[in-house]
Design a protein around this ligand. Structure first.
Ligand SMILES: [Zn+2]
Length: 297
C-alpha cells in the first residue's frame, strides 16, 4: 500500500531541548535504526519511510522553545532541499508570533523558501491563535491555498500551559476562512476526540490527522460519524510514535475496512495536496511573495 504521511518531524536533533529529545526517543525504533540520524538526514528519512510504503511525507517546522527556535521554515526547507529526490518531501513551515515579530512577513519569506503549508502550535508556543497578526496569516493561507495544521489535544512539552488545545476553539477560524483547509492534528488526543470529529463533520474545511491516535479508537469514532473517513489524513507524528512497523501493525490489528484505509492512508491526502499545490501555482504565490518582500524591505 502507498502511504502519504502528513505529520512527520525533522530537523537537527542536536538542537532539540532535552525533554523533546526524550519525547522523540522514548519509544524504540526497529532494531538498527537511530532517531537522531533519521530525524536529521533527509536521505536516511526517505529510505526509512519508503521501506514502510510511504511515498510522500510532510515534514514540519517547529520554531519554539523545544527547538530553541532553530527549526523554522528555513531549517525545514533546507532539510528537504538536501534530499536527492525532490518529490518525496513536502514542507510545512511554522510561524510563532512570540518569535516572529511580523508574522505576515514570515509568511512571505516561508513562501519563497518553498513551504506549501504551515503547522501552528498555540499551546507549545504560548500564543493566542486569534491574534490579529495570526488571523492575517490564516487569511493569506486561505487566499493562496496553503493548508494549515493546528496542534490539538494535550501536549508533552514540559513548559506548556495546556491552552488552545480544544478542537472547538478553532471554530472561529474555520468560520472566518471557509476556503482555508484546517487540519486538527491528533484529533484532540486523548480527551476530546468527540469534539474533533464533530468539527470535521460540521465544517467542510476542517480535517483531522491520525497522529498519536490509537487505530482502535480511530475505528470507533469513524463508526460514529457518517462519511468522516473522507476528512481524515494519516499522520504518524514520527518519531514520537516510535517504530513505524509497530504503528502499521496496530492498524492491521484494528481491522479497519480496506476502503477506509485507502482513503485515510492515501486518497484523501493525495486529493487535498494536489489541489492545494495546483492552486498555489495558479495563484502565483511566489511572485506575490517577491512583490511583498521588495515593497516591504
Ligand atoms: Zn507532531
Amino acid at each position: 500500500m502507498n502511504i502519504i504521511d502528513l505529520h512527520v518531524h525533522a530537523g537537527d536533533f542536536k538542537f532539540l531541548r532535552d525533554d523533546i529529545q526524550n519525547l522523540l526517543t522514548h519509544k524504540a525504533l526497529e532494531p538498527g535504526f537511530s532517531v537522531s540520524q533519521i530525524y536529521s538526514n533527509a536521505d536516511q528519512m526517505e529510505s526509512y519511510m519508503r521501506q514502510q510504503g510511504v511515498v510522500r511525507t510532510i515534514v514540519i517546522a517547529e520554531c519554539g522553545p523545544g527547538t530553541f527556535f532553530t527549526n523554522d521554515s528555513r531549517s525545514i526547507a533546507n532539510f528537504a532541499e538536501k534530499a536527492k529526490n525532490n518529490d518525496f518531501f513536502i514542507t510545512f513551515g511554522n510561524i510563532n508570533p512570540n518569535y516572529h515579530r511580523n508574522p505576515a512577513q514570515e509568511f512571505w519569506i516561508s513562501i519563497l523558501l518553498g513551504v506549501n503549508g504551515f503547522k501552528f502550535y498555540p499551546a507549545d508556543h504560548a500564543f493566542d491563535p486569534f491574534l490579529p497578526s495570526m488571523m492575517e496569516v490564516y487569511g493569506l493561507c486561505e487566499k493562496f491555498s496553503l493548508p494549515i495544521m493546528f496542534h490539538t489535544g494535550l501536549t508533552a512539552q514540559k513548559d506548556t500551559e495546556q491552552r488552545f488545545i480544544h478542537p472547538f476553539e478553532f471554530k472561529q477560524i474555520a468560520e472566518a476562512y471557509p476556503g482555508l483547509t484546517i487540519i486538527l492534528a491528533h484529533c484532540g488526543k486523548p480527551l476530546w476526540y468527540k469534539e474533533a470529529f464533530t468539527m470535521a463533520s460540521s465544517f467542510t474545511n476542517v480535517y483531522l490527522d491520525t497522529s498519536l491516535v490509537e487505530p482502535k479508537t480511530l475505528k470507533e469514532y469513524i463508526a460514529m460519524f457518517p462519511k468522516i473517513e473522507k476528512k481524515i489524513f494519516f499522520g504518524s507524528d514520527w518519531p514520537v510514535t516510535g517504530s513505524y512497523t509497530e504503528l502499521l501493525s496496530k492498524y492491521k490489528q484494528a481491522e479497519i475496512s480496506s476502503d477506509i484505509i485507502l482513503d485515510i492512508f492515501y486518497s484523501n491526502a493525495e486529493k487535498m495536496l494536489s489541489e492545494a499545490l495546483q492552486k498555489q501555482q495558479l495563484a502565483e504565490v511566489k511572485s506575490a511573495a517577491k512583490n511583498y518582500l521588495s515593497n516591504n524591505a
